[in-house]
Design a protein around this ligand. Structure first.
Ligand code: AMP
Length: 210
């Protein structure tokens, strides 16, 4: 199944992607992760992406669409994938439709008032797990794999504000776009725990026959 995960920054897309990927065996593709790996390796793409990521803006379409197009041409995603963080604009969605036939867009609905605190208090692990400082009780390592947790460079108030603005202007219109194609399924996250949200996600995916 070819699935898009849509939602504002901090909505929990990454956390749910890890769980979906483990349960259903669908490959998780995160454009944010691809950019962060490039930054770490010091590639030209990484150097370019960093300035946009630090400013809370979208990395140019020419670079982003090319990366996704190449990734989707690889063998391991022939039977399906989870796209996390792409598309992020109507232009990207139109580009995607030229090289992929998406089955479902899962939209994570969250109360935007919660997002600033959620993201700024977020601590992540390179294994994909994500935590909030309010529930870590001072722990600094990942409960799942034991590695050191860290705060993403762009999880600071100034950048988060820009990321939320970017989402509202550029990405939110995708809700209507996929709804018009009868491909949208919304998950009301409210204040639900990741487990509760995942239960709702599974109900949708099981209904769609995986
Ligand atoms: P994420 O990990 O999904 O929160 O993405 C982190 C940052 O990477 C975003 O704030 C953007 O700067 C950049 N990025 C990720 N996906 C895209 C995309 N589809 N188009 C443009 N920029 C992106």
């Amino acid at each position: 199944m070819k699935i898009i995960l849509l939602g504002a920054p901090g909505a929990g897309k990454g956390t749910q992607a890890t769980r979906i990927s483990e349960k259903y065996g669908i490959t998780h593709i995160s454009t944010g992760d691809i950019f962060r790996a490039n930054i770490k390796q010091g590639t030209e793409i990484g150097k370019l992406a960093k300035s946009y990521i630090d400013a809370g803006k979208l990395v140019p379409d020419s670079v982003t669409c090319e990366i996704v197009k190449n990734r989707l041409a690889e063998d391991d995603v022939k039977d399906g994938y989870l796209l996390d963080g792409f598309p992020r604009s109507l232009y990207q969605a139109e580009e995607l439709s030229k090289f992929a036939d998406i089955d479902l867009c899962l939209n994570f609905e969250v109360d935007t008032d919660l997002l600033m605190d959620r993201i700024c208090g977020r601590r992540v692990c390179s294994c994909g797990e994500s935590y909030h400082i309010s529930t870590l009780n001072g722990a600094t390592t990942c409960a799942k794999c034991g590695k050191q947790l860290y705060r993403r460079d762009d999880d600071n108030p100034e950048t988060v504000k820009a990321r939320l603005d970017t989402y509202n202007v550029m990405t939110a219109p995708l809700i209507a776009y996929y709804s018009a194609q009868n491909k949208l399924a919304s998950v009301k996250c409210g204040n639900g725990t990741p487990e509760e949200v995942f239960k709702a996600v599974c109900e949708i995916l099981d209904k769609y026959g995986k």
